[in-house]
Structure formats: structure tokens, C-alpha cells
Write a protein that binds this ligand. Structure first.
Ligand SMILES: [Zn+2]
Length: 259
């Protein structure tokens, strides 16, 4: 593909970077990324991915915009209250960049529809707020060999990692870290626990950076580690995740069963 005159101007600050350049920008424009959840994490992530020129962005979310979302879900505006989140996000992204394609999926990701959807994208970014979706994505992205950039939030803290367990040794998955989801009543979601909105913004933005790096093959991946952001103490920690040989998703036995 050849960049147009308009694209040369729009992406000038990418093109000037040796690490991106014309080749990298073309790579971004040809990429297909699925963002799960147009909420606190998805909002800044979607906006930066659109601005960066990720050529096709899929958004999956079955919710409608509620006024209580607006404190952190910055892709939505007051006028969109009551509208489907995927449609509200699509409008914002089209205003940011009319040179990319947005694919909206206004349903809840489940075991019946997820594999078909994930199969159509190069990379999945998990900005969902529940464990059912997180574990579903963990298992399916491992099986379908799609990089998964996943973030999670608590009121003043966030976690972020990239999972590529299909690469074998040294590449764990989320289940290597937490084998099973906690009981549903143990984990309050943003709705119940509250959250400082900008904390979601920090994590969603970091997530966008890691998605772009994965697409461009740039720098160090978070694969094999978990990044933890502690907003109150203003600290970032990065811990190693060991690959669990008995992991039901990516362990030796699991992989042997698949092949
Ligand atoms: Zn694993």
C-alpha cells in the first residue's frame, strides 16, 4: 500500500520516527485489532488506536451509555447517554480519524460467538470488567494464537500484561498466574467499588501503547511479566509470571491435547 498525501501529513510524527516510519505506519493501517469493552479502559485505548491509524478497529460491547459512566469513559459524551456504547464510540473515533474502519459488535462476548469474532482480528485488547470475559479471552486467544493485551482495574490500582502463550517456554498465560476465576461475589466491579476515573485512563493509555508496540514489533513486550500501577503510592512494579507446566490453557499437557 502507498500512503496518501493526507496520510503523510496526518501521521507525520510517526513517520519521522526511525522505529515506525512509512513501513510501520503501513503496518498499522493494515492491522485489525479487537477491543473488548468500550468502558474505562477501552475509551482512551480506542481513541489512541484510532488516532494512530490502526486500520480496522473492532469494538465489542453490549451496554448502553449511562450517565454514571461519563466520569471515566471518555470516548462517550453526555449527548450519547442511552445510546449503544459501540455506536457512541464509533462516532467519536470517526471524528478523530475518518481514514480508518470501525467494526461494531453490539453483543456480549460468550463461548458461542467469541472464537469466530477473535479469528477475524490480529490482536485482542481486553478492556472488559468481568472475569468470565477475561478467562474466555485467555483460553481462546491462546488456542487461536492471537496476542492478548489485557488490563484490569481496582479503585486506585491497575494491572497490565501481554500474553502470547502459544510461543511456548517463557510465555505464560493469565491462567498460569491465576488458575481459576475468583467466586463472583468476591470481586466488586467498578460499578460497585468505585474508581478514580483517571486511573482507568492511565491503564487504558498504557494498554494502547503496548498494542501499538506489539503491532509494530517494537521494544520489549510485557509478555511474561505483569505491570502493576499503584496510583496512591505513585509506583509502577513489574513482576515475572512463571509458565505453569500444568496450566490447563497453555501447559505441556494442554498443548499436547490440542495438536
Ligand atoms: Zn497458562
Amino acid at each position: 500500500m502507498e500512503l496518501s498525501e493526507e496520510q503523510f501529513r496526518r501521521y507525520a510524527r510517526h513517520l519521522i520516527l526511525d522505529e515506525v516510519g512509512e513501513e510501520g505506519q503501513e503496518k498499522l493501517l493494515q492491522s485489525r485489532v479487537l477491543v473488548v469493552g468500550a468502558g474505562g479502559l477501552g475509551s482512551p485505548m480506542l481513541m489512541y488506536l484510532a488516532a494512530a491509524g490502526v486500520g480496522t478497529i473492532g469494538i465489542v460491547d453490549n451496554d448502553r451509555v449511562d450517565i454514571t459512566n461519563l466520569q471515566r469513559q471518555i470516548v462517550h459524551a453526555t449527548g450519547s447517554v442511552g445510546h449503544l456504547k459501540v455506536e457512541s464510540a464509533e462516532e467519536t473515533l470517526a471524528r478523530i480519524n475518518d481514514g480508518i474502519k470501525i467494526e461494531t459488535h453490539p453483543f456480549r462476548l460468550d463461548a458461542d460467538n467469541a472464537a469466530g469474532l477473535i479469528g477475524r482480528y490480529d490482536l485482542v485488547a481486553d478492556g472488559s470488567d468481568n472475569f468470565a470475559t477475561r478467562y474466555l479471552l485467555t483460553d481462546l486467544c491462546a488456542r487461536l494464537r492471537k496476542p492478548l493485551v489485557a488490563a484490569a482495574l481496582s479503585p486506585f490500582e491497575g494491572q497490565l500484561s501481554t500474553f502470547r502463550p502459544y510461543l511456548g517456554d517463557g510465555h505464560p498465560c493469565y491462567r498460569c498466574l491465576f488458575r481459576e476465576p475468583p467466586p463472583p461475589d468476591m470481586v466488586p466491579r467498578c460499578e460497585e467499588a468505585g474508581i478514580l476515573g483517571a486511573v482507568a485512563g492511565v491503564l487504558g493509555t498504557l494498554q494502547a501503547v503496548e498494542v501499538l508496540k506489539e503491532l509494530l514489533g517494537l521494544g520489549e513486550s510485557l509478555d511474561g511479566t505483569l505491570l502493576i500501577y499503584d496510583a496512591l503510592r505513585v509506583r509502577f512494579h513489574r513482576i515475572r509470571i512463571a509458565k505453569d507446566p500444568d496450566c490447563p490453557t497453555c501447559g505441556v499437557k494442554a498443548l499436547a491435547n490440542q495438536s
